[in-house]
Design a protein around this ligand. Structure first.
Ligand code: ZN
Length: 174
């Protein structure tokens, strides 16, 4: 009996196999399929998706290992360029994601001097913030603290009690 894994290994012998470029093509292909299905099956996108799969299979089975490796090198140059030129936007997206994740516990402020985003715990009243990057100090309102809220609640209760007493007083005089 032929072991299936052995068969596969023999079959792939001398062939190029998977690499980063193929992985990238698969991801693009999946995106095409997804977008196509969102629009109820756009055939040009489906066509591109299948074409990319054929390209991936062709590359993996190719015996021109040097040629395929060169393609992958070119792709890596392109990919590094993309990574370098999206540092800003990726950082911004990460900050927004963190901001959403911590929305109940933390507030985010931008340093007025160097524009650095600073994360501080929420509901601590007015706090003095020291920018971790440029050491600039600034004061921000992080929301009412529990103690402050309790004080305000008490003040409100006292006020309404006083009002009720006044009303009772008036009623008594009549
Ligand atoms: Zn700063």
């Amino acid at each position: 009996m032929v072991e299936p894994m052995n068969w596969l290994r023999n079959f792939m012998m001398g062939r190029y196999g998977p690499d980063s470029f193929s992985l990238f093509l698969i991801v693009i292909s999946l995106v095409c399929t997804l977008v196509s299905s969102l629009f109820g099956g756009l055939w040009p996108l489906l066509f591109i998706s299948y074409a990319l799969w054929f390209w991936v299979i062709f590359r993996m089975l190719s015996r021109n290992i040097e040629g395929r490796a060169k393609e992958n090198e070119k792709f890596m140059v392109f990919w590094n360029w993309v990574k370098e030129h999206t540092v800003g936007i990726r950082g911004w997206l990460t900050t927004q994601a963190n901001r959403f994740r911590d929305r109940r516990t933390h507030k985010y402020f931008r340093c007025p001097k160097c524009r650095q985003m600073v994360r501080v715990p929420k509901n601590k009243g007015k706090v003095r913030i020291i920018c971790p990057k440029c050491k600039n100090e600034f004061i921000r309102q992080t929301g009412k603290s529990a103690a402050q809220r309790a004080r305000e609640e008490q003040a409100r209760a006292e006020k309404s009690a006083a009002r009720a007493a006044k009303k009772a007083d008036k009623a008594g005089k009549k």
